[in-house]
Design a binder for this molecule. Structure first.
Ligand code: C2E
Ligand code: MG
Ligand code: MG
Length: 558
């Protein structure tokens, strides 16, 4: 019945000429129909998982987005909504919004419908915006880019954020123009523009400055964000362009300037970006350079780290350390948390805080995480086989890994290959990984539990801590973040929070583990309040396997 309803729904979506978009409760896009793609220029891969508000923000009243994705149960109709077209144009149309309610009566999804004949004609709207576009590529031109940068600077000022301007010139464009002719040259510029539009985010603007020069403006929260965009642009050009039956290769030289460090307005940012681009060209092309030279060093360090990390996996430079989880009343080791370390031959032992974030960004975390899971499972089984009392092993799982399609397969094969019973493995995830698409996260969590593994929320109390969701999460354990343990002596509020978390866990029938207990006072406070499993320097730092083994107790003879 459900499958039938879905098939019917899909058939209607495919057939209708009106644009339909389905989002989750938070406004993240789950589905669009072919008409939506046709009318807005965005394809599903460009939109899926993104915040739908990005399509409307800055073009409508500030309250518009809040109101549209509100819990109000009725269908609502809006006249003259302004939204973004994939080519950067704003378009005006009507829209209706229907919240779909779950069995509990809460809005769990939203369906937006834009009637195809509600679009206001180009004469009224499109023309004004078209005026700011480059005729050949359809991208915003320099004037419109200047406007957008100005607007974004205002926003950034308010929010204390930064903006990166990437100024980009094609390397050897004149050679291609001379060899293949102007028509082929124009064709190339058009295709370059298309690839550019595909790699940028909805909040970015790609523009054509003049000739073979393009630019991308992107709001950033850290310098690394601009590096990611630059690398995406360079990668997007790697595939050849087919011109007049020939395969032609072009590369970009990219200069990056940052608001506010390099300039306070568009003109300054452009000037700096151009000079950085020139530097990128003269030093070989097919690369990016920052205007501020110390940024180049930072970007190089990051690239260097990335390269070394790739090799580290092959060269077996990663090791797992184990930190005991102690039953405070008996002093016995009940479990362990596996914590990764990187033994770099040049730089020595590197902490995960330094390389896990970069591994996340580059996707390397998936391979590293798989290695961790397998190594931890094998070690746990080795200790069991050696006759120690079995312990439960906790392994940290990163956001990327948790969402990866192969998570379940990786866990299953790690357990099977190590011949470890699933009940001895527990995965640690954090709250922030769950709040984006709660329903999907719950399904994933349930699938992990169905394998028979434990599931723990790490660093509890530092994230969103949505208590209403907590009761719906199929978890086995809560880990109180060490921030709450550290201050229990001095800070009455912290003490109350720690107590509340322990009480909450008990109420929900969850195991509660405290991390970061360094002092006897911490341990005593935790015990008094009913938290029995404690992890922290008071008992032990994370240890190498051979050292950790000394803390394990022998299984009592049968
Ligand atoms: P986490 O999962 O919350 O791990 C606990 C961290 O607290 C560990 O830091 C541990 O050494 C530290 N710690 C334990 N007891 C105490 C204490 O009494 N006092 C203080 N000040 N610190 C204590 P570590 O090993 O540096 O790991 C940092 C974070 O890196 C971990 O936080 C985890 O989020 C991540 N991480 C570590 N190993 C892995 C891994 O294999 N995969 C993934 N995805 N992340 C990992
Ligand atoms: Mg952890
Ligand atoms: Mg933690």
């Amino acid at each position: 019945m459900v499958a039938e309803a879905e098939a019917l729904f899909d058939a209607v979506l495919d057939a209708t000429a009106d644009a339909v978009m389905v989002t989750d409760r938070a406004g993240n896009i789950k589905q669009i129909n072919p008409a939506f793609q046709k009318l807005t220029g965005f394809s599903l891969p460009m939109l899926v998982g993104k915040d739908a508000r990005e399509l409307f923000r800055d073009l409508n009243d500030p309250e518009f987005c809040d109101e549209v994705w509100s819990e109000e149960p009725q269908t609502r109709h809006y006249e003259s909504v302004r939204s973004k077209h994939a080519d950067g144009r704003a378009q005006v149309h009507g829209m209706s919004m229907t919240p779909i309610r779950d069995t509990a009566g809460n809005a769990s999804q939203f369906v937006a419908v834009i009637l195809s004949d509600s679009f206001q004609s180009d004469a009224e709207t499109g023309e004004i915006h078209r005026a700011g576009h480059d005729a050949l590529t359809g991208l915003p031109d320099r004037g419109l880019l200047a406007d957008r940068v100005g607007q974004n600077i205002l926003n950034a000022k308010r929010a204390n954020k930064s903006i990166a301007l990437l100024v980009m010139g094609l390397d050897r464009f004149t050679v291609i123009n001379d060899a293949l002719g102007y028509t082929a040259g124009d064709q190339l510029l058009k295709e370059v523009a298309e690839r550019l539009s595909k790699v940028i985010r909805m909040s970015d603007t790609a523009a054509r400055l003049d000739g073979d020069k393009f630019a991308v403006m992107t709001p950033i929260s850290a310098i690394d964000d601009s590096v990611i965009v630059a690398e995406k642009v360079l990668n997007a050009m790697k595939k050849g362009f087919s011109l007049k039956g020939e395969e032609v290769f072009v590369t970009f030289s990219i200069g990056i300037s940052i608001y506010p460090t390099d300039g306070e307005d568009f003109d300054d940012l452009l000037k700096d970006g151009l000079s950085a681009m020139q530097f990128a060209k003269t030093t070989g092309g097919d690369q990016y350079r920052f205007f501020a030279s110390e940024m180049n060093a930072k970007a190089r360090n990051r690239l260097d780290l990335e390269k070394r990390m790739r090799n580290a996996l092959v060269n077996e430079e990663f090791v797992l350390y184990y930190q005991p989880k102690v039953d405070a009343s008996t002093g016995r080791v009940k479990g362990a948390e596996a914590l990764i370390r990187w033994r770099d031959p040049v730089h020595g032992l590197i902490s995960p805080a330094e390389f896990i974030p970069v591994a996340e960004e580059t996707g390397l975390i998936v391979d590293i995480g798989t290695w961790c899971l397998r190594d931890a499972c094998f070690q746990t089984k080795r200790w069991q086989d050696a006759g120690y009392d079995p312990i439960r092993m906790s392994v940290n799982v990163s956001a990327h890994q948790f969402r990866a399609k192969n998570l379940l397969d990786v866990v299953k094969s790690a357990l099977a290959d190590a011949k470890l019973e699933p009940k001895w493995l527990e995965l640690e995830i954090t709250e922030s990984m769950l709040m984006n698409d709660v329903e999907a996260a719950i399904a994933r969590m349930q699938a992990v539990r169905d394998l028979g593994c434990g599931l723990s929320i790490d660093d509890f109390g530092t994230g969103y801590s949505s208590l209403s969701y907590l009761s719906r999460f199929p978890i086995t354990t809560l880990k109180i973040d060490r921030a709450f343990v550290k201050d229990v002596q001095e800070n009455q509020n912290t003490k109350e929070i720690a107590r509340a978390i322990i009480g909450l866990s008990r109420g929900l029938n969850l195991e509660v583990v405290a991390e970061g207990a360094e002092l006897l006072e911490h341990v005593e406070f935790l015990k008094e309040n009913g938290c029995d499993v404690i992890q922290g320097f008071y008992f032990s730092k994370p240890l190498e396997a051979s050292e950790f083994e000394k803390k394990l107790s022998r299984r009592a003879a049968a």
